[in-house]
Design a protein around this ligand. Sequence first.
Ligand SMILES: [Cu+2]
Length: 68
Amino acid sequence: MVSVLKVKGISCQHCVMSVTKALSQLEGIKNVQVDLAKGEVRFDNTKEVASNRIEKAVEDAGYEVIQV
Ligand SMILES: [Cu+2]
């Protein structure tokens, strides 16, 4: 299942790396791709990881999920 999130605060390549790393560490999340211009994060959610866990990972990295 491909999921797309809108994430607030992604402003440079460093942010892209941080968010990618944070999400990639969750078991079941694969192929994380961040669109810097749109502030969109796409990934394969292979184990139907709960959205609150995904949001928490993003928030722990210092960003905010504004739309799931
Ligand atoms: Cu940045």
